[in-house]
Every structure is written in structure tokens, then in C-alpha cells.
Design a protein. Structure first.
Length: 548
């Protein structure tokens, strides 16, 4: 299935998208109500984060039953209607499959806790003293990655929350159970799948302490991960569907293999290296200024090497786990609109399939919560206390959360300027940013020059010009960290994309002969000049040249 190269995918976090029944929590019928809006963006697929039955310790990424819908979100009939209504509008639904782990409330784990040896083998249990975990591996959410069960006198592995027990993919029965879940949803008409932290599913044969880090080097891109993915794809027939893997702490070499069509594993990969350029010494909870030179180098390396190896990138700035990009790399005040458009153009014209996270197309910002009581995310609350234990003041800890918390992306979608932003008729489950009074969809629908309409034009360019969907990529002005520029070429088409990462005017090392190009899109009004010699603050230009 090659059409994903011309496609754009819209990501929805249902809890925060649209509340149809006034309980303060978004739901599936809310998504159905907004399908015409989503279609107007020019997207082809809608990826929803999990709405399965779950205790919601990790907002649905702790699945209790993959075939049941959490009642807060609606019913199976609602999901079936969502699939049908999206298809009627020419869009496919992509579901989020959390197959590295289940909730400890899943019936498989409950049977394991009762001592059933068959179901204990569904998970990773290890013997050990109650006082000493099997290894020193750390959970992604803080603390040990192991939890002791006194009744079994064993420890189980949880790379994430203590209520998210890792599945044992070595067990063929586990793999068959997961294939059946894929088949179930395929029959419902789902058109694609996103696989959560899928490169962590293969664990090592021998579990040992990590003397260099937190254990991830032993299980990231594990020994049998490619074998397992090939088996899953072949046995479920999803190689003709759109599939994307979320890759945690992955490598370029593995992502080429995951997404090379000849390997028959996945359509594309998410990697997160480019979203760590503002981490101090690689630590998420330590703030630093963005390193634009490193950002450019990462984009160039991944773009060029994935092209060479026939791999395919999932292109994104934002998702349900990342802060809002305009707050992170743009400007929330003077150049809010310009920087939001510039950041969009940066990735939408690259080689790969772009993703828009709900509200990104409006330039939504981080919410600016000022109290720990306003946060809901388990990781953020855990790390707030860890930061205090490390000696940070409450103000310092809150400043870090204000820039790093996953809740930054989970504030309600800003539909209008009403009290609850048009998201709900009642107080939402998490606070709404004050700026919803002017950053909202209703206001931007009326404004020709809006960020929303800029995104609509970007998705149209990908469909119209094969240089964007198929072309080779060449990076320009490589020694200028503030300028992100590249050229896409395919047959007689050349598209030039030039972006200024900064809030100041920058002189180009080499002028662009403006008359040779047709301006396809920009975030400033075009100037009537023969040469483009300088870039205005956060300026972005997409230019077309016909090659004779």
C-alpha cells in the first residue's frame, strides 16, 4: 500500500478532543461530530489513542480488554459508526495497539496472579528475594522496573507503570492472542494500526544488571523484534494496511529495517531523537536551550539514510506525549502565527508521512499550569516528587513540568472562545489554557491567513506534487544552524523549502533568484524582488522550480 506517501495522518487523543455528552471527558461520538472538520484538513487517516477498557492509570495505555470500549468513551456501536462515517468521507481509522504490556487488571494477568502457570508464562516473572529485584533496570516512569508479588514469591517486569506488566513475546500463545486482536479489529473495518513502543517487545535471554544505564540497551530493538514483527504482519495480513511503530530509544539501522517494504514489517517509524535537542545531557527533566545545529544534523541524517535504505519516516513535532511545538521551538507571543506555520512547513515537505496532532493546526500552546494539582499525568506527578527529592524547589519543579509534562499536549481541543472552549458544556477533566479565547478553530475558520488554513494548504501540496511524496531530499545552508533549508526533486519538479528558526532577520549565505521560482506557500506576504537575500523572523517559504 503506497498511498501513505501522499497521505497526512491526524492524531486524536479522545479524552481531550470533543465531549458529546457533557461529562467533561471527550468521547467517540465527539469525534464523529467533528469528522467534517477533520476531513477539511485534507487528511486521509485518523489515528486515535486507545479507548479500550482500562483502569486509566496511564490514560488508556494500560489495556484491560482489547475488545471492549471504556464506557467513558462510548460503546462498540459508537466505534463501528466512527469507522463507517470516516470511510464515507474517504478517511480510514487507525487504532493504537499497546502490545508491549497489559494492565495488571487484564484477565491474563489476574490468572497469572492466581498462580496459573500457563498465564504466568504470558508475562515475565523472575524469582528473587523480596528485598532485591532481579536486575537494576529502571521504569520509564521512575523507580524499579520490577514489582514483587509475595503470594508468588516472584517479581514481574514493568518497563512503564507498576500496573503495566510486560508481555512475554517468547510465548507463541501470547503472539497468537495478539494476532487475534488485530484480526478482530480488521473485521470491524479499521484501516491501519499504530503499535505502541513496539521495539521493546523482545527481551534478552539473560536478564542482567545494567552498569551503564537504566537497562534500555538490553531490550530496545531486542534480539527477536524483527522476527516477531514479520510474523505478526504475515499472519494477520496487515502488510497492505498503514502501520506505524513507535520506537523508543531506537537506532537508524533498525528503523530502516522496520520500514523497508522488502522486510514486510511496518509502513513507517516514529523516532524521537529530534525531540531531545533541548534536553540537558540527554535528560528529559533537565532543561536546556534547543540545539538547532544538532536538530538539523538529525533531520539530515535520518532523511538521507532512510532514503538510501528504502525506509520511511513518520514526520511529527507533536503527539499526546510531547509538549506543544510552538511553545517549545517557536514563539508564543510576537511571532506566534509565523513560528507555528514555519514549524509546520519544516516537516510537512520532508520525505515521509506527516502527522498532525489535534490542535497543532491551530497553533495551540502549552497550557501553563501553575500548580501540581492541575496535573493529571502519572509520569509528571511521579517526576515532580522525584525532582523535589533531588533538591529542586517547587517553583523549579513546576517550571520543568511546564515545559516537559505530557499534560502539555492533553489540554482540551480549543474549538471556540466559550467558557469551556467548545470542548464540553461542563468543566473538563483537565484545565483549559486561558488563550483559548483567541486561539481556537472558530476564529481561524474566519481568517484566510490562519494557521489552520496554512495546514490545509500543506496537505494539498503533498498530494499535488510528487516531488514532495516521492522526491529525493538534499539539504542546503548546512553550516547555518538558524536556517533549515532543503530541496526536493522528482522528474521535472524541484521544490525548495527555506525556514528561519529564529525571531530575528537572517541574511542568506547565497541569495535565491526569486524569478526562477513560483511561490507555492509562505508565512509572510510575498515581496516583489528579483533576489531573496534575507529571511524575516521565523519566515518560511516553499518554492517550485520547473527543471528544463
Amino acid at each position: 500500500m503506497e498511498n501513505f506517501k501522499k497521505s497526512t495522518i491526524y492524531q486524536i487523543y479522545p479524552k481531550s478532543f470533543c465531549d458529546s455528552n457533557g461529562d467533561g471527558v471527550g468521547d467517540i461520538r465527539g469525534i464523529i461530530q467533528k469528522l467534517d472538520y477533520i476531513k477539511s484538513l485534507g487528511v486521509d487517516y485518523i489515528w486515535s489513542t486507545p479507548f479500550f477498557a482500562s483502569p486509566m492509570n496511564d490514560n488508556g495505555y494500560d489495556v484491560e480488554d482489547y475488545r471492549k470500549i471504556h464506557p467513558t468513551f462510548g460503546t462498540m456501536a459508537d466505534v463501528e459508526e466512527l469507522i463507517a462515517q470516516a470511510e464515507k468521507r474517504g478517511m480510514g481509522i487507525m487504532l493504537d495497539m499497546v502490545f508491549n504490556h497489559t494492565s495488571t487488571r487484564h484477565k491474563w494477568f489476574q490468572k497469572a496472579l492466581s498462580g496459573d502457570p500457563d498465564y504466568m508464562d504470558y508475562y515475565i516473572f523472575k524469582d528473587g528475594s523480596p528485598k532485591e529485584p532481579p536486575t537494576n533496570w529502571q521504569s520509564k516512569f521512575g523507580g524499579s522496573a520490577w514489582e514483587y508479588v509475595p503470594s508468588l514469591k516472584k517479581w514481574y517486569l514493568h518497563l512503564f507503570d507498576v500496573t503495566q506488566a510486560d508481555l512475554n513475546w517468547e510465548n507463541p500463545r501470547v503472539r497468537e492472542e495478539l494476532k487475534e486482536i488485530i484480526r478482530f479489529w480488521k473485521e470491524k473495518g479499521v484501516k491501519g494500526f499504530r503499535f505502541d513502543v513496539v521495539n521493546l517487545i523482545s527481551k534478552p535471554e539473560v536478564f542482567e544488571d545494567d552498569t551503564e544505564g537504566d537497562g534500555r540497551r538490553f531490550y530496545s530493538d531486542g534480539p527477536k523484534v524483527h522476527e516477531y514483527l514479520k510474523e505478526l504482519t504475515a499472519d494477520t495480513g496487515i502488510n497492505h494496511m498503514v502501520t506505524v511503530g513507535e520506537m523508543s530509544s531506537t537506532s537508524l539501522k533498525h528503523c530502516i529495517r522496520y520500514s523497508n517494504p522488502e522486510e514486510k514489517e511496518l509502513s513507517m517509524c516514529f523516532n524521537f531523537h529530534h525531540l531531545k535537542v533541548d534536553y540537558k545531557d540527554g535528560e528529559k527533566w533537565e532543561l536546556a536551550e534547543p540545539d538547532y545545529r544538532k536538530l538539523k544534523e538529525l533531520f539530515e541524517t535520518w532523511q538521507c539514510e532512510m532514503e538510501k535504505g528504502k525506509g520511511w519516516n513518520a514526520l511529527f513535532w507533536c503527539n499526546h506525549d510531547q509538549p506543544r511545538i510552538v511553545s517549545r521551538l517557536g514563539d508564543e507571543t510576537t511571532y506566534w502565527k509565523e513560528s507555528a506555520k514555519m514549524l509546520a512547513a519544516c516537516i510537512h515537505m520532508l520525505r515521509g508521512t506527516p502527522y498532525i496532532f489535534q490542535g497543532e493546526e491551530l497553533g495551540m500552546t502549552n497550557p501553563g499550569y501553575g500548580d501540581i494539582e492541575e496535573y493529571r499525568d502519572v509520569e509528571s506527578i511521579n517526576y515532580y516528587h522525584i525532582l523535589l527529592e533531588q533538591g529542586k524547589t517547587k517553583e523549579e519543579a513546576l517550571e520543568i513540568l511546564g515545559q516537559r509534562s505530557r499534560d502539555n499536549s492533553r489540554s482540551p481541543m480549543q474549538w471556540d472562545a466559550g467558557e469551556y472552549a467548545g470542548f464540553s458544556t461542563e468543566k473538563p477533566w483537565i484545565g483549559i489554557p486561558k488563550n483559548h479565547s483567541w486561539i481556537n478553530a472558530a476564529a481561524q475558520e474566519k481568517e484566510e491567513d490562519s494557521i489552520l488554513n496554512f495546514y490545509r494548504k500543506l496537505t494539498g501540496l503533498r498530494k499535488k506534487y510528487e516531488a514532495v511524496s516521492e522526491g529525493a531530499v538534499e539539504f542546503l545552508y548546512r553550516e547555518q544552524p538558524e536556517i533549515f533549508a532543503y530541496r526536493r526533486r522528482w522528474n521535472q519538479q524541484e521544490i525548495l523549502v527555506v525556514n528561519n528558526f529564529t525571531g530575528r532577520e537572517i541574511k542568506l549565505p547565497e541569495p535565491i533568484k526569486d524569478r526562477e521560482y513560483q511561490r507555492l506557500l509562505g508565512n509572510y506576504p510575498p515581496e516583489q524582488v528579483k533576489w531573496i537575500e534575507t529571511l524575516r523572523p521565523y519566515e518560511s517559504m516553499i518554492l517550485l522550480k520547473k527543471i528544463l
